[in-house]
Design a protein. Structure first.
Ligand code: ADP
Length: 164
């Protein structure tokens, strides 16, 4: 199949937790690909605040109104997930130049493992360029307002989590 209009794209990430920046990219991707699968990577090396199950639940709730987007969790290589779901593209969000080194490394490594794996970089709306899950967690831990960065469902879970 010709890649592009009719193809399936994976959108892998830690999503710890999902933010308006992630959602912005998912919406843009859904306008390009026929189906987008947000893949919550278990990623224990990153020591996530939320369990994979919690991250999936929040992402599902946050993306429920975005057409043609579904959310799964996956414990394995992105290229194996691509094979399993017949995906041809990997979506990644690019914020600043500082993202590029790491993203290039991953994109070329994924292509080495699966030649057909194309990584597609999308830029968020300017208001989300400096937004990251890490920042949101730091603000929440110090009692700051996070409602402008994450949807309500995430805000509630975050408040419960940091209160423990
Ligand atoms: P990872 O650990 O794989 O980087 P993240 O959950 O931090 O997982 O990010 C997943 C993807 O979403 C990455 O491509 C990242 O660049 C992108 N992303 C995260 N926040 C934003 C944002 N504010 N704007 C655009 N893309 C973003």
């Amino acid at each position: 199949m010709k890649s592009g209009v009719l193809s399936i794209a994976l959108y892998p990430g830690t999503f710890d937790p999902i933010t308006f920046g992630h959602i912005d990219i998912a919406v843009r991707a859904s306008q390009i690909f026929s189906k987008v699968i947000a893949v919550v990577a278990t990623n224990p090396a990153k020591n996530p605040l939320f369990t994979p199950q919690e991250r999936v639940e929040m992402a599902r709730e946050a993306l429920k109104n975005v057409p043609d987007v579904e959310v799964i969790s996956y414990d394995g290589l992105v290229v194996d997930c691509m094979r399993e779901y017949n995906a041809t593209a990997i979506i990644r969000g690019l914020r600043a130049v500082s993202d590029i080194d790491y993203e290039f490394q991953m994109a070329f490594t994924n292509r080495k493992m699966l030649e057909s794996a194309e990584t597609v970089f999308l830029m968020p709306s300017a208001e989300y360029v400096y937004l990251s899950s890490t920042l949101v967690k730091q603000i929440a831990r110090h009692g700051g307002e996070i409602g402008q960065f994450v949807p309500d469902c995430v805000k509630q879970r975050m408040l419960e989590k940091v209160a423990v």
